[in-house]
Design a binder for this molecule. Sequence first.
Ligand code: PLP
Length: 356
Amino acid sequence: MKLPVDQLIRPDILAMKAYPVAAAEGFIKLDAMENPWRLSQDLLVELGRQLAEAHINRYPDPSGGGLKEMLRVAAGIPGNADILLGNGSDEVITLITQALARPGATVMALEPSFVMYKLNAVFSRVNYVGVPLNHDFTLNLPVLLDAIAKNQPAVLFLAYPNNPTGNRYSREDVLAVIEASPGLVVIDEAYGPFSDDSLMELAGSVDNLIVMRTLSKVGLAGIRLGYAAGQPKWIAELDKVRPPYNINVLTQITARFALTHSGVFEEQASALRRERSHLAEALAAYPGVTVYPSEANFLTIRLPEADLLYAWLKSRRILIKNLGGMHPMLENCLRFTVGSPDENRAVIAALDEYFR
Ligand SMILES: *Cc1c(COP(=O)(O)O)cnc(C)c1O
């Protein structure tokens, strides 16, 4: 006799819902912080040529085939830091959590923040402590320092800037948190290219600090490449948990190609920062709309009856993220990924109609 699914799968997994990904066919897609632009025709042709040469019959180079050296230059990773590559930074979060999941260990994160920190704690069966931000999403330093002292987290994940709120905490506060933490502190700089600050220069020299980044938000979400930098003694342990061939052949080639043409992506990031200011200004002019300060490629707003605006935009074939229901502090909040100038104009036209 075969046991049924619900007697074999873990009860906590049975009780979960799968990560929701909205259907976006035919929509202006502004829900997932993707870069709106594809590569130019010339670059696509050249990339196609390189991909055609790929040895897809072979396993990929387990050390990344020169990618780490290129990332070190591109991201300013200090010489005394080692680098861990992940199949997206999602996988880096998983590897860190698995490696630290001693019995009774605690994972800590701020709330609201990136949901994968908590999900991975659940998957690895460790304690999870979420520490609330202030209602305007700023960091409540005394509350966080108290929680650290009380819970002694094995790892604290801190998104800098934060998702889904867009704000960056003050550097002084974050340094105080790193100083006060007994365990590992992971600074998640997924939005680093859109931000005015980075702690990457401290990776390697500050004990128990890992700085994590990704190529996803700058135009390469489809290839899945994230990375973390920290002291060699940490990276060596995390590397034991990593599946040896986690960065596939096509991703390695595409990432090397992109890093060779990094100027293209840097210009796009600058253009998105300019578009972010225009869009923020436009959003703030509508009645009842609060726009939160953002150093990421998205803007989070709060307004009365946000569900109505979300549905209106959807009826206009514009897909944003409705944050209501994700966390009590995000009630009536919507998140707009900053798109191309044309996409943002379409958003503003739809908003003009809605608020008329
Ligand atoms: C998008 C995002 C990630 C995940 O990035 P991938 O590299 O695509 O897995 C990690 N952290 C934060 C805060 C994000 O917003």
